[in-house]
Write a protein that binds this ligand. Structure first.
Ligand code: NAD
Length: 482
């Protein structure tokens, strides 16, 4: 049994209490690894290390920062097969999603590497005679990064690479369900690449200790910014705590993302996009299509073809190469999903296929919902396709926007003018025309609106993790009023 430690100040250390927790394999139900369970003292030590490393790291020349980040991408690529295996065993990621993460995550390092020279500034006009006005962009200091288990590797890397590229240092906390893929692996890569100690510190905690970490990171004044990817409930709590300390936080939260299928859609494309958008990683991605909204005149044909495709998806062991739908992450996610589907059926939802489960594997399921059913308004984090039938295209748009969430969306139609109008009207941070809601690019300004949070990543992350300052210089003496 592998045992993993915390990574603080460039060293692998035990928890100050010496405790370990069990990190489970969701498919086999066996212990995957034992992980050091960080205490309050360890979190403070991680902040100490990040704080001490900041003045050193910010002075490292940008080209050297870039070299180190690119080195991380290369190490990750060398370990691609091994890391895909860890993602499958620790987080249940089946082949397509494990590969997607392992192949796409190096690009986040490269994107961040390409931004190191963006920490720049400009000369602005000055009203005062003889004054030079400047805008300086600077790193902020220690950034607290909290990431989820679902896209464990990719989302943990996303939470640290941009802040670090700009000259900040980080304390990363991943989920107890992804301690290795979302924490240990990344620390190993930083260590091998040769980053100075303390630039990245990785805190790992078992069940019941997340709130302690969140409370410290939001309240410790040395942590100057936060970034959180996870549920809306936890994000809201952290936002309130950050507000009390006037600390800015970037929030990437949940979604109930729609993909609209209008009556002139290419149905082959629509079926394939909706199926991929809903079932990738067994529906446990924030941007998965949680609602498929289809116009009435094509609904019967779409539902028949879509259901046939869903029935063909192989589900079960994520380590088998042709498995598409692997296990859910844990029993509590399973209990929640089972209760959501049962409640929808009680409310009159029509079950087209699936609905059963073995262990933590939930069968690919298709439900036809009505707008007034609770499930139409909830995030479903599992392989359940919820279809809603719209009277018209305008009705599809209305249904799509009738949500507290606003992360991503898709609209499938051959009428490009209409697609643009709909993209403009859809209340979501991202919108994909002739594609599903599921899409992520390292440079893209991924982020939501409404209850899906605020703040952006990719090319726009610089606004989250740097400070803009106004600096003036008098070339000749100022004329003071007294
Ligand atoms: P979660 O909110 O339960 O946990 C996310 C992280 O927060 C984990 O590391 C967890 O340990 C930690 N956490 C929990 N309570 C905390 C607290 N009080 N203080 C500090 N940290 C705390 O979410 P999850 O179940 O891990 O992930 C699934 C959710 O994340 C879904 O709602 C999904 O839509 C969302 N998500 C959003 C994005 C995005 O980019 N918008 C990406 C992936 C997942």
């Amino acid at each position: 049994m592998e045992k993993y430690k915390l990574y603080i100040n460039g060293e692998w250390v035990e928890s100050s209490s010496g405790e370990y927790y069990d990190d489970m394999n969701p498919y086999t139900g066996e212990v995957f690894a034992q992980v050091a369970n960080a205490t309050e003292e360890d979190v403070r030590k991680a902040i100490d290390a990040a704080q001490a490393a900041f003045p050193i790291w910010r002075e490292v020349p940008p080209a050297e920062k870039r070299r180190l980040l690119i080195r991380c991408a290369e190490i990750l690529e060398r370990r691609l097969d091994e890391i895909s295996g860890i993602l499958a065993a620790e987080t249940g990621a089946a082949g397509p999603f494990a590969k997607f993460q392992a192949m796409n995550t190096p690009e986040f390092f490269r994107e961040a590497a390409s931004q190191v020279f963006m920490v720049s500034g400009e000369i602005i006009p000055a009203d005062m005679p003889g004054q030079t006005g400047m805008v300086w962009r600077q790193p902020v200091g220690v950034v607290g990064s909290i990431s989820p288990w679902n896209a464990a590797l990719l989302l943990a890397v996303r939470a640290i690479v941009f802040p670090i590229a700009y000259g900040n240092t980080c304390v990363l906390k991943t989920s107890e369900a992804s301690s290795v893929a979302g924490g240990v692996i990344i620390a190993q890569i930083f260590e091998e690449a040769g980053f100075p100690p303390g630039v990245l510190n990785v805190i790992l905690t078992g069940p019941g200790r997340s709130t302690m970490v969140g409370d410290i990171l939001t309240s410790d004044k040395r942590v100057r910014r936060m970034t959180f990817t996870g549920s809306t409930a936890v994000g809201r709590r952290l936002a309130v705590q950050c507000a009390e300390n006037l600390k800015k936080i970037c929030l990437e939260l949940g979604g109930n993302d729609p993909t609209l299928i209008l009556k002139d859609a290419d149905l082959d494309l629509a079926v394939n996009a909706a199926c991929f958008g809903r079932f990738m990683h067994q529906g446990q991605v924030c941007m998965n299509t949680k609602r498929i909204i289809v116009e009435k005149s094509i609904a019967d044909e779409f539902i028949e073809r879509f259901t046939a495709k869903v029935k063909s998806l192989k589900y079960g062991d994520p380590s088998e190469p042709d498995t598409i739908v692997g296990p859910l992450i844990n029993q509590s996610q399973m209990d929640k999903l089972v209760a959501q589907v049962e409640h929808a059926i009680e409310q009159g939802a029509e079950l087209k296929c699936g609905g059963g489960h073995q262990g933590l594997v939930y069968e690919p399921t298709v439900l036809i919902l009505k707008e007034d059913m609770d499930l139409a308004h909830e995030e479903t984090f599992g392989p359940v396709a919820n279809i809603l039938i719209a009277e018209s295209d305008e009705d599809a748009l209305r249904i799509a926007n009738d949500s507290d969430y606003g992360l991503s969306s898709g609209v499938i139609t051959q009428d490009i003018g209409k697609a643009i109008d709909f993209a403009e009207a859809l209340e979501s941070g991202c919108c994909h025309i002739n594609d599903s809601s599921l899409g992520d690019d390292p440079h893209a300004p991924l982020g939501g609106m409404k209850d899906s949070g605020y703040g952006k990543n990719g090319m726009y992350a610089i606004d989250e993790f740097t400070e803009i300052r106004w600096v003036t210089m008098q070339r000749k003496p100022n004329h003071y009023l007294f």
